[in-house]
Design a protein around this ligand. Structure first.
Ligand SMILES: [Zn+2]
Ligand SMILES: [Zn+2]
Length: 330
């Protein structure tokens, strides 16, 4: 047991969740079925990034996405629709969350991890302003690359060059694959992210994202062009694994919108004293503070398996600092 009164880690945060940062118990041994049930109930039966992105995907599929038959050739009409389908929700959700948390300051400091506010008048940011910097790298760089990759996947699907599935033809596979998409995304992210922390790539590319030590909703996918060109290759799994357009839509919103919540800087969104949504992700917040830890997500515990897991304790901070030192002095 750690004595929280003398826990140096506690002093480094304004707020942090109690206990070690949780990882998906599906990988625990011996098996913990109740914990697994709890984990998925928490993820799917509340307002979380998963449920929000699934609803978005469903809405986009029902009312926005042009039918595949229209996408057999590259034409400006459907391509513009796909671009707006990515751009508008991104701007609306990040904008609304930023307004509530940082302009209106609707919940004050409640469940805010870092004591610091977002940065203004600082030369390390594009336009010398963290928020404008983040908006530019999100809507300019990330959404452009994400959209271009989706154009390719939809175009290939529309031409029948890859296997696709329908709800009527394979309902079980349809659901199972949907359920595994966040896991695939976590696996892909872990390896791409580790690569980006290679000192050479870090300095020129990934540092754009890590300018944000204290993060906000717009920091989520505020990435360099080159990083985005790697990060969004995750969508090309749909050229290998038989998918439906709804799978790609869910994948896309999960990849683009869930970082808005996880970087919000707050663990929960609170409105009128009621918890409206689960947002922030302390697991990734630790990555922004200490860099060489928690490269993945809590969905698949790669970090535990490869020794880079930071559970939020002072001992883990010591370990991360030692790892960082040997990493950069080799
Ligand atoms: Zn981040
Ligand atoms: Zn990083």
């Amino acid at each position: 047991m750690t004595d929280t009164a003398h826990d140096p880690e506690a002093e480094r945060w304004h707020y942090r969740p109690a206990g070690p940062v949780a990882l998906n118990p599906i990988f625990a041994w011996p098996p913990q079925p109740m914990a697994v049930l709890q984990w998925y109930r928490g993820a799917w039966l509340q307002v979380t990034s998963l449920t929000l992105t699934f609803v978005l995907a469903l809405a986009a599929w029902l009312w926005v996405l042009p039918p595949l038959e229209q996408m057999t050739t590259f034409r400006p009409g459907w391509m513009a629709t796909v671009w707006l389908m990515n751009l508008v929700p991104q701007a609306a959700i990040a904008g609304a969350l930023h307004w509530w948390l940082y302009i209106r300051k609707g919940q004050g400091m409640r469940t805010k991890f870092d004591r610091r506010d977002l940065t203004r008048d600082n030369g390390s940011f594009t336009f010398r302003n963290q928020v404008w910097d983040n908006i530019w790298w999100t809507l300019g760089s990330a959404i452009t690359v994400a959209t271009a990759y989706q154009w390719i996947v939809f175009w290939v699907m529309a031409n029948g060059w890859v296997a696709t599935v329908t709800w009527a033809g394979a309902p079980v596979w349809f659901v199972v694959w949907m359920f595994f998409i966040p896991m695939w995304s976590g696996l892909h992210f872990y390896w791409v992210h580790r690569l980006e922390h290679h000192p050479r790539l870090y300095k020129r590319v990934h540092a754009v994202h890590h300018r944000n030590v204290s993060t906000g909703p717009w920091s989520g996918i505020s990435n360099h062009w080159f990083e985005n060109s790697l990060y969004f290759t995750t969508y090309f799994i749909h050229l290998i694994v038989a998918s439906h357009p709804l799978h790609l839509l869910f994948h896309a919103f999960f990849q683009q919108v869930s970082p808005v919540l996880s970087h919000s800087g707050f663990e929960k969104i609170i409105a009128k004293d009621t918890e409206a949504a689960r947002a922030g992700d302390f697991f990734h917040q630790l990555h922004h503070r200490y860099f060489e830890c928690n490269y993945g997500t809590s969905e698949i515990p790669f970090d535990r398996w490869f020794g880079t897991y930071h559970d939020g304790s002072a001992a883990a901070t010591e370990r991360t600092r030692a790892f960082k030192k040997q990493m950069y002095t080799r």
